[in-house]
Ligand binder design. Sequence first.
Ligand SMILES: [Fe+2]
Length: 337
Amino acid sequence: MTSLMVIVPEIAVHYCGAERNLVSLWTVRVLEVHQLMDMRQHFAPVIEHADGQIEVQLGGLHPGSADPAYRARRSAIASLALRWRAGQPLPDIAYDQREESVWREVSRAIEPLHQRLACREFLAGQARLGLPTERIPQLAEVSAMLAPLTGFRYVPAAGVVPLREFYEALAAGCFHSTQYVRHHSVPLYTPEPDVIHEVIGHGNCLASDRFAALYRAAGAAARRVQTDAALEFVSRVFWFSLEFGVLTEAGQLKVYGAGILSSYGELGAFHTMEIRPLDLVAMGATDYDITVYQPVLYGAQSFEQVEDGIGGFFDGCDDDSVLALTHGARTHGKVLA
Ligand SMILES: [Fe+2]
């Protein structure tokens, strides 16, 4: 049986870190092929073969799994990220016409939804950043645009990044980002975070001082907590807020989570989901599935409440306070209000 070294395993990142069964598999460094392929089919582990070749493995349900050219493209882009070292220029990707076309199509489709459904702070960041809609910006270019605004910068990621590495980098204003583009057959869908999610979703947020402060606070929280359980709790709060959070503005439900803001489908469907009040205990303890629309969302009454409730949690949490929350030290009804 062939064994493969999984390069980016251990624990799924912010967008899939709560999958307990997945986490246990990702913690194994060397897996038999059959084990790897039994894993959730949507994820794309990056592996290194014995001859040094890098391969992104797309599961059978992935839109690009039957496209050899796309699979090769994904592996080539992942190789660039893996070869990159801190201090080097960020790798530029020579995007082809098909990839550029996917970016254009998503940009055009999603912009009217943003104007209607995104929260004011996201729209302010979007206006500040001024991303191109007709071509895919390189990470180096977006970093240069963000630098004078909030100081955030991107670093390339081959695929999933270990949870602690991803979050701790946020404290230093550093955002791990993939560079590949979703498969062209389904431009408005991706089962995993691609450059469109990273830049259109997160980049526009990172151009806002208020959002950037929240991201940095999440990073500081990750640095403060020592246990894996506490880190996972922090990551889930991040998931249900900065990835999939909604809030109320002028009596209307708006989106502030980058996961919804970069998803054409979820922008059209989020208002049909069950919206619960912000509740740190529930957010930090609830599993989620990256591959489906989030059936339960947590809604804030305002962006200020996100800053006070979520940002305040990030600012003050430590292993003990997270443990207390996890084990029900919650006083009855400790819902952020
Ligand atoms: Fe994300």
